[in-house]
Write a protein that binds this ligand. Structure first.
Ligand code: OVV
Length: 402
């Protein structure tokens, strides 16, 4: 159980562990407690600070000068502990280095670049939905949400088809590694060791299909914009951040619609709501629940002083359900305008791949809505605990056509 106590300085102290399997798989009760405790709270177990209200989370994400990423976007402080892998040039960097990396990857994933991948994304979605309809009932995690990004994003990045399933244990490791060294991280590490050579090999120039996102990164680096050694690390960012996020974004959408059949009917009758619906699923479920920053100076928020060099945990998922910002936030409502949610972050580090994620969501939901009249659970959905992601291990569903 959780308690809130006030320190002499009036800072709410939270004793609950946000990284316990229970809080990771059922986070909303803790999130409410964190938001209601105050604009800034202290997490006693980890001796860190946290924000869970929309206003403060949004402001901190935008203020990269105060809330640095260069000490890591996880609990571990890279100035005090050696990172488990060379830091990401995008996620775990500040300007000016971050700006240079972002200038390489940004244009490769920008809206105009999506024109080249739309057709293959659409035909793969149609083919997959065909197969799933003929099956009738299936697990929407292993047979849909994992299959689609591995195929279309894997093809777009240009990695070999053989061994792509390695991306799942790798991402599981990456996202657990932002949290504490708990049992989840230990398990993820032990499963991910064997896939590291495949990941490293897939970041190399020779592994990447000509014209792919990965090959375009190498081409930009060849053009002399950044050091050669940056290319494999930038490709690694796509492989780290592009799969498990979209797997759980798609899983979130399926879960949302299977548990809200009225919303599926609305989407079926108004297919133009599809982009808004995917955005709402991201707000409602927030597949990426948290990221950390580190203060670069002493900072005062709503009367609370956080010293310099302190880790601050930002609860994106809690901000996305803050009743101060959203009306009836726990309701999945595809007619709502979910824009402004922080599920893709905000500010200079906002998700660089969000165009790809949105394209996958739009296309997969459209392919389903074109054919499927009803989605229902055939068994209990199962959460998969992860130190960063609100993830599913199993979503057993049946789909019915007319
Ligand atoms: C946003 C994100 C998550 C995980 C890994 C990375 C980025 C990366 O840049 O490696």
């Amino acid at each position: 159980m959780t308690e809130t106590a006030a320190t002499p300085q009036g800072i709410p102290v939270i004793t609950a562990d946000p990284f316990s399997p229970e809080n990771l798989t059922e986070p909303h009760i803790l999130h409410e407690q964190l938001r209601e405790a105050g604009p800034v709270v202290y997490l006693d177990q980890y001796k860190i600070w946290a924000m869970a209200r929309y206003e403060q989370v949004n402001a901190a994400l935008k203020d990269w000068e105060t809330y640095s990423s260069a000490s890591g976007a996880g609990l571990s402080n890279f100035r005090k502990e050696k990172p488990w892998r060379p830091p990401s040039l995008l996620l775990e960097a500040d300007p000016p280095a971050h700006t240079r990396a972002r200038e390489i990857v940004g244009p490769i994933l920008a809206p105009p670049a999506m024109r080249a991948v739309r057709a293959p994304f659409e035909s793969e979605a149609a083919a997959l939905v065909d197969r799933l309809i003929s099956r009738g009932s299936f697990d929407a995690v292993s047979q849909l949400a994992e299959v689609y990004p591995l195929k279309v994003f894997g093809d777009a990045v240009g990695v070999p088809e053989e061994g792509r399933e390695n991306l799942l244990p790798y991402a599981n490791m990456v996202f657990n590694a932002f949290g504490p060294r708990n049992q989840l991280l230990e398990n993820a590490m032990s499963k991910a060791q064997v896939v590291q050579p495949w990941i490293a090999a897939s970041c190399a120039r020779e592994a990447l299909r000509p014209g792919s996102f990965g090959a375009q990164i190498w081409a930009a680096v060849d053009a002399g914009k950044v050091p050669q050694e940056w290319a494999p690390l930038l490709v690694r960012s796509l492989l780290s951040a592009g799969i498990d996020t979209t797997v759980n974004g798609l899983a979130a959408s399926i879960y949302a619609f299977a548990s809200n059949p009225d919303q599926w009917s609305i989407l079926r009758s108004q297919p133009s709501l599809v982009k808004q619906a995917f955005e709402e699923a991201i707000r409602w479920e927030s597949p990426v629940q948290t990221f950390f920053r580190t203060t670069t100076r002493e900072v005062e928020i709503a009367g609370v002083r956080i010293p310099e060099g302190e880790k601050v945990l930002l609860f994106l998922g809690a901000a996305n359900r803050d009743p101060r910002r959203w009306s009836d936030p726990g309701r999945f409502d595809i007619r709502r305008n979910a824009s402004g949610h922080v599920g893709f972050g905000m500010g200079i580090h906002r998700c660089v791949g969000q165009t790809v994620a949105r394209l996958e969501g739009e296309i997969m939901l459209t392919a389903l809505a074109n054919r499927v009249e009803r989605i229902e659970f055939t068994d209990q959905p199962q959460r998969k605990p992860n130190n960063t992601l609100l993830a599913w291990s199993s979503l057993p569903i049946a789909i019915h056509t007319v």
